[in-house]
Design a binder for this molecule. Structure first.
Ligand code: DCT
Ligand code: MG
Length: 510
């Protein structure tokens, strides 16, 4: 797509002024009557603008000297859609939905073709959702312009599992994880947000032009994208993948019950393999870590959907034995349509249960499974939920509902699939399961929170706080301006309270 040498992208300085460019084309010279162009001088410069205007006129395009109502196409260089809108606003000109905002690459292609070429997403300038110049119609309405807006908040983007930019998002996921291991919060967040916004794009990035105007992509992120476009890989990612600390932390944290603190300790002690850690007599392990080592192979192999469904049947059987009216919903990644997961998450709620029955439920479920010999590990955490407590301001805070983290023994015959990966002789697989019980009137908040993704939840909280003066967590939504709790029976109602378009669970894979 590069213009011929020394031509359109040639030297921009010191060109003789082209006075002819300021003469509007006479009507008989105009070959393409439907288009009225205006070329923005901002960031392009007078000389280059004059040059392009004259060239376009020679090719039969109508190019206006001034911006007027008749203009149909605005062409800009080195400006995002938001920049152009902002400029229009300063000129007190309202952008109509008919107006096309285009990058100069479109004009260059037209010049080469000698006629208007089709406008693709590559040419159209992107306007970010948080652009201050955008009409303040609120996020519920469709974007007023033909251009696609991308929000800095994941809760205003639709992110399916169809990732067009995996080569980039894998790189940023690795860099974020490395910064998480090093407890570099700022850079970690930067990379997580970059990966998240790229996962939502409906196209594959092939040139740096494609990312103009996209939020959450700072200079460091852009230079990594540029390197991947040019070399097919990032040297920073390569370095991380070869880094001793990263490799060790990745391995250690793959054990259930091992977090950053333990990994740090083992790394400092010089451990680099799990077998050395397992057999070291001087180390002591928590109950969780012992279970983690005991069922390591099963737990690192991903849970399939068929296995998740089979666990769902077990959970329902056990829950309904105590509370027949309870709702049992699979949440987490599986609700977002993922085919595999590291665990299976369930939300349980009963419209008719008393507080006492609700509190007893998980205890009964546990003892039933213990009886049946299905319980390999469990940790039951009692509820600390208080009805009148304000939602937490922390973006990553844990919720206060009663919950149980388990490892269940899932017998192969309960799974509706033929799996060759199962070890011969062993008739079951250890599966990580999370159960959460919430009061019935909080089910919509709990469901929204436990559906994830984590990045979607973080951005939902950030959006509520910064854009709506509200606080949301897994329990409630509080309006700080009105000083009231906003109740909701469904996820749709929560989105509506927040003035957000509804995002389906399978569009929350941010
Ligand atoms: N969550 C939460 N509070 C926690 C843990 C999780 O609100 N203490 C939310 C965030 C995501 C969702 O619950 C499910 O959590 P995970 O199982 O960790 O994530 P996942 O998206 O289901 O991913 P995976 O497929 O790896 O299980
Ligand atoms: Mg999960």
């Amino acid at each position: 797509m590069d213009p011929p040498p020394g031509w359109l992208s040639g030297p921009r300085k010191k060109k003789p002024r082209l006075t002819g460019a300021l003469v509007a084309s006479s009507p008989q010279d105009v070959k393409f009557q439907d288009l009225v162009l205006f070329i923005l001088e901002k960031k392009m410069g007078t000389t280059r603008r004059a040059f392009l205007m004259e060239l376009a006129r020679r090719k039969g395009f109508r190019v206006e000297n001034e911006l007027s109502d008749s203009v149909t196409h605005i062409v800009a260089e080195n400006n995002s859609g938001s920049d152009v809108l902002e400029w229009l606003q300063i000129q007190k000109i309202k952008a109509s939905s008919q107006l096309e905002l285009l990058d100069v690459s479109w004009l260059i292609e037209c010049m080469r073709a000698g006629k208007p070429v089709e406008m693709t997403g590559e040419h159209q300038l992107v306007v970010s959702r948080d652009c201050s110049a955008c009409p303040s119609s609120g996020p519920q309405k469709a974007p007023p312009l033909a251009v696609q807006k991308i929000s800095q908040y994941a809760c205003q983007r639709r992110t399916t599992l169809n990732n067009h930019n995996q080569i980039f998002t894998d790189a940023f996921d690795i860099l974020a994880e490395n910064d998480e291991f090093r407890e570099n919060e700022g850079p970690c967040l930067t990379f997580m947000r970059a990966a998240s916004v790229l996962k939502s794009l409906p196209f594959t990035i092939i040139s740096m032009k494609d990312i103009e105007g996209i939020p959450c992509l700072g200079d460091r992120v852009k230079s990594i994208i540029e390197e991947i476009i040019e070399d097919g890989e990032s040297s920073a990612v390569k370095a991380v993948l070869n880094d001793e600390r990263y490799k060790s932390f990745k391995l250690f944290t793959s054990v259930f019950g091992v977090g950053l603190k333990t990994s740090e300790k083992w790394f400092r002690m010089g451990f680099r393999t799990l077998s050395n850690i397992r057999s070291d007599k001087s180390l002591t392990f928590t109950r969780m870590q012992r279970a983690g080592f005991l069922y390591y192979e099963d737990l690192v192999s991903r849970v399939t959907r068929a296995e998740a469904e089979a666990v769902g049947v077990l959970v329902k059987e056990a829950v309904w034995a105590s509370l027949p009216d309870a709702f049992v919903t699979m949440t987490g990644g599986f609700r977002r349509g993922k085919k595999t997961g590291h665990d299976v998450d369930f939300l349980i709620t009963s419209p008719g249960a008393t507080e006492e029955e609700e509190q007893q439920l998980l205890h009964k479920v546990i003892s039933l499974w213990e009886h049946k010999g299905l319980l390999l590990y469990y940790d039951l955490v009692e509820s600390t939920f208080e009805k009148l407590k304000l939602p937490s301001r922390k973006v990553d805070a844990l919720d206060h509902f009663q919950k149980c983290f388990l490892i269940l023994k899932l017998h192969h015959q309960r799974v509706d699939s033929d799996q060759s990966s199962w070890q011969e002789g062993k008739t079951w697989k250890a599966i990580r399961v999370d159960l959460v019980v919430c009061p019935y009137e909080r089910r919509a908040f709990a469901l929204l929170g436990w559906t994830g993704s984590r990045q979607f939840e973080r951005d939902l909280r950030r959006y509520a706080t910064h854009e709506r003066k509200m606080i949301i967590d897994n329990h409630a939504l509080y309006d700080k301006t009105k000083r009231i709790f906003l109740e909701a029976e469904s996820e749709e109602e929560i989105f509506a309270h927040l003035g957000l378009d509804y995002i389906e669970p399978w569009e929350r894979n941010a």
